[in-house]
Design a protein around this ligand. Structure first.
Ligand SMILES: [Zn+2]
Length: 133
């Protein structure tokens, strides 16, 4: 015999949009795995104005439309294969930019050893697991 569970039928939609802190800072999300990498970690790729191409922005100061990507070979590979950067920036990625990206990965990963076996369609395989505050 089932007792009638007393449920508090609080179906009130808590509309809390009034006191919402709107930050203008865009969320930096990797174009490949869609993981937010926080402030550190993500590489910035910038499309320069006036069709001057797409560059890897090492300083973070280059003006232009930017896209972000994890400094991992997995994410770079996904981004290049699926043209995520091209789509995000609506521009072609020059080969030297690709090389610059790959060089940056090697620096970031600290190893020049390529393990090209873990390139399945695993999205979300980024080494950004520590939410440091
Ligand atoms: Zn990523």
């Amino acid at each position: 015999m089932l007792a009638s569970s007393p449920r508090h039928n609080t179906a009130q939609p808590t509309v809390g949009t009034s006191a919402r802190p709107v930050r203008r800072q865009p969320i930096r999300t990797c174009v490949a795995c869609r993981t937010s990498g926080g402030k550190r970690g993500l590489l910035r790729v910038v499309r320069l104005p006036e069709n001057r191409g797409v560059v890897l922005d090492a300083t973070g100061k280059t003006s232009g439309r930017g896209a972000y990507i994890c400094p991992t070979s997995a994410c770079i590979t996904i981004a290049l294969k699926q043209k995520k950067l091209e789509r995000s920036l609506k521009a072609e990625i020059a080969e030297e930019t690709v090389l610059a990206l790959q060089a940056a990965i090697q620096r970031a990963e600290g190893v020049a050893d390529e393990t090209a076996t873990s390139q399945d369609s695993q999205s979300g395989e980024c080494s950004v697991a520590k939410p440091e505050t």
